[in-house]
Design a protein around this ligand. Sequence first.
Ligand SMILES: [Zn+2]
Ligand SMILES: [Zn+2]
Length: 268
Amino acid sequence: MQLVRRAAFGWGASAASYAHPTRGLVIHYDGSDQGLARREHAACVDYWRRTRRFHMGANRGWSDIGYSYGACPHGYLFEGRGLDRMQAAQPTGNSTYYSVTLMCGPSEDPTPAQIDAVRELRAWLMDKGVGGLVKGHRDFYSTSCPGDRLYRLVKNGTFTKPASGDAKPAAGAKQQEDDDVSAKDVWGYEIPVEWGSKENPSWQAKSILVNAGQRLRNIEAKLDAQHATIKALADALAARDGSVDVDALMARIRSEIESVTVRLDVGE
Ligand SMILES: [Zn+2]
Ligand SMILES: [Zn+2]
């Protein structure tokens, strides 16, 4: 999950009151198209700051941005109020559900990366004991939110599927602070390998490490076997011809082997 914390925006802890939502997640949108999918990710950062200013300004007068989280078209998840806060998003569900707004409007479809960001948020919340229900704002209150396009995805279960994982943030999106890279993420990171097959061109880091260890042990076993074979040959030769000095022969073979330059053809 590409989580961008409040601190990255220079915001301290949320002043919103405490709540412990446990039921699930409510989907929101922006009432007007934002065109962020076509723009650099920096525009999403501006959008998130602007939204908070609007929510805290004269029009709303809230203590903080209204939502817990926001998912941008490049696949980043921005922290709003964050965990364990009352929402200012869906009256009658503000203390029982978390909220996430997709930074798109009525005639914009969410990007695959944006959908994945919501799925990852849901899975992450479920790890913390929150229920897996996903609802739309209009399930709580008479409103157009989250728009017909997003609401269709709420109803057909798009957001309750596991993240597809292949929806990487779009090229050009700058890497943001990400506090949530775990050891598991690192070991599961897929690296293109030159020995990969067409169907499986990239291997997880842990698979590469395990494979390298196996190959090394195979090489050691083969070397041991070769050494034993050479020794047996030298012994057989000595048995046939008493003039053969096995120790001298082995020493000579060993020095020949040691003079071989070991070349490692390491891929990029
Ligand atoms: Zn809404
Ligand atoms: Zn973005």
